[in-house]
Ligand binder design. Structure first.
Ligand code: ZN
Length: 283
């Protein structure tokens, strides 16, 4: 099941069509995106019924009009140094436990929102994002699928000057939380289609050139470990997001360094989910 938001209403994405969930359910499932995670089980049942999407409430989908697929989360977490090759290019030690930083909620934006470039050190980070479906605490690794609603694509956009201004002391949270620094989308794919240990190719293209290409199977700490570890420290809530880390190929580790600027366009693709397009503009 793919769940998105169009014109402020929750839709199921079926092939190249969008199915309005309220119309398709005869009013039984509300279209308000604010309640999407509370009715997740209803959406799963509805998605089995709508089949090829020819029924009521169905219309051709224009991906350029999709909005942020889940509400602004209470909490968004970033995971640092979670692919071996990125640890190498960043000259960072491998963490013994997941390296967690806050990606403050005000940075979370949608699949077609433009990002205003206010720094000369803005960098890309293609990431698989976990969407938490229910309130939970102290979840065992074997039970995480009970609390994960699904997955989406994210960019953990990073101002490298702010990120590293603390020297040896991490300043990840502020460097990765500027306005628009957390685009997600284009929709959420339900966890039943992907499982707890995704093996999905992940790519990032900047202005049509591939900069990152890996597979989520290379995550050092996988989804069960991340959800279990986070929930052992913090109570998780429906809609909370976990940006699971980025593979090698970020701009700051290149020689010469590369950054994003007004006019840049990045496409982040995860097989089995889709493509998130992000455009950058001048202030
Ligand atoms: Zn990241």
């Amino acid at each position: 099941m793919k769940v998105g938001v169009l014109d402020g209403r929750t839709v199921l994405v079926v092939g190249d069509r969008a199915v309005d969930v309220e119309a398709a359910s005869g009013g039984a499932v509300p279209a308000s995106p604010a309640s999407v995670l509370a009715v997740w089980a209803d959406l799963l049942r509805l998605s089995e019924q709508v089949g090829d999407a020819d029924g009521s409430g169905s219309a051709p989908l224009d991906p350029a009009r999709l909005e942020r697929p889940v509400p602004v989360p209470l909490q968004a977490f970033g995971i640092g140094v979670n692919y071996l090759d990125h640890a190498g290019e960043s000259a960072m030690d491998l963490p013994r436990n997941p390296l967690v930083f806050p990606k403050f909620s005000s940075s979370i934006t949608g699949p077609n929102d433009e990002v205003v470039v206010r720094t000369e050190a803005l960098d890309w980070e293609a990431e698989l994002v976990v969407v938490i479906g229910s309130e939970c605490f102290e979840v065992a690794e074997g039970d995480v699928l009970a609390v994960v609603a699904g997955y989406t694509i994210g960019q953990d956009l990073s101002d490298r000057v702010v990120q590293f201004e603390g020297g040896a002391n991490p300043q990840f949270g502020l460097g990765k939380s500027g306005p628009g620094f957390g685009p997600i989308g284009p929709w959420v794919v339900s966890a039943d289609e992907i499982g707890a240990e995704p093996h999905l190719a992940i790519r990032c293209e900047v202005d049509g050139v591939t900069k990152q290409s890996s597979d989520t199977e290379h995550l050092i700490f996988g989804v069960p470990a991340l959800v279990s570890y986070l929930s052992s420290r913090v109570r998780l809530h429906p809609g909370d997001l976990i940006f699971t880390g980025t593979p090698a190929g970020v701009g700051w580790s290149r020689d010469p360094r590369e950054t994003l600027h007004a006019g840049s366009r990045i496409e982040t693709t995860i097989d089995g989910i889709g493509t998130l397009t992000t455009r950058f503009v001048a202030p």
